[in-house]
Design a protein around this ligand. Structure first.
Ligand SMILES: CC(C)(COP(=O)(O)OP(=O)(O)OC[C@H]1O[C@@H](n2cnc3c(N)ncnc32)[C@H](O)[C@@H]1OP(=O)(O)O)[C@@H](O)C(=O)NCCC(=O)NCCS
Length: 226
């Protein structure tokens, strides 16, 4: 028995999820069968994306699959856009599996919520707690006892060292390193190749080695201060 899987976003991020799905993953013992994509971009509707149909936007997919259970994966890179998409898709017949590439290494002593995507080469060590709807691109590493809340984007070749806390909606640029036991505030953006060695205030942007703050913005989710 296979469960239909639909990926939100027919673009570069969607291809990351496609690769995890095609290279083999399952959900609660059921095979996931990649069925197609959804996208808000009208120009892509009813086109072919790497051999799969683009069904339309989230509403169209909800109508099309109203009478069956489907799995949806949402690899959209922007954490804020990802959360909005997940909210628009949340229905009783939609499940959000963790997509874990067979070449990811996840400790049996780690915990994972739902809707996470772990690309090839992701390493999650013992005692790590991961919430929901996070994406880990290839070769992301998370050290022992680190905590990652929800809707974070962790790009390729990153290191989140032991005991660190990555609060929700954080975006870790490719090649960035977070020093052990660092508390990263909600919605923090860390630039590519940065080395973060101090706590960050919410919705701030940091770049460089060691990282320095270059910007701050108001929260798009003031109702969710974490
Ligand atoms: C940090 C980042 C988000 C800033 O983007 P932005 O808000 O558009 O900011 P700007 O490009 O205007 O840069 C602002 C300043 O920071 C500097 N800067 C930007 N990114 C930097 C980085 N990674 N390291 C060091 N300095 C950086 C810029 O040179 C600029 O400096 P200046 O004011 O002296 O000219 C972005 O540059 C970045 O690193 N994104 C991560 C990319 C990534 O990992 N993508 C993954 C694709 S799979």
């Amino acid at each position: 028995m296979a469960l239909d899987l639909i990926i939100a976003g027919a673009g570069g991020s969607g291809l990351k999820a496609l690769q995890v799905a095609e290279d083999g993953c399952e959900f609660n013992g059921e095979q996931l069968r990649l069925t197609g994509f959804l996208d808000d971009n009208e120009a892509l509707w009813e086109t072919d994306f790497f051999g799969y149909p683009v069904f339309g936007n989230a509403n169209m997919v909800k109508e099309l699959f109203a009478d069956k259970t489907i799995a949806v994966s949402c690899p959209i890179g922007d954490p804020v856009a990802r959360k909005r998409m997940i909210i628009s898709l949340s229905l009783t017949n939609v499940t959000f599996p963790n997509l874990i590439h067979p070449a990811a290494i996840v400790s049996q002593r780690a915990t994972l919520g739902v809707g996470n995507i772990l690309s090839q080469g992701t390493v999650i060590q013992a005692g790590v707690n991961i919430g929901d709807f996070n994406t880990f691109n290839m070769l992301a590493a998370v050290g022992p006892l680190a905590q990652i809340h929800n809707y974070c984007t962790i790009n390729s070749h990153t290191m989140i060292a032991s005991g660190s806390l990555l609060s929700s909606y954080s975006y870790v640029g490719m090649g960035a390193t977070i020093k052990q036991k660092t508390v990263v505030g909600q919605g923090t953006t860390l630039g590519a190749n940065a080395f973060l060695n101090k706590p960050t205030p919410p919705w701030s942007t940091w770049v460089g080695v060691p990282a320095k703050q270059i910007a701050e913005k108001p929260s798009p989710f003031p109702e969710d201060p974490e």
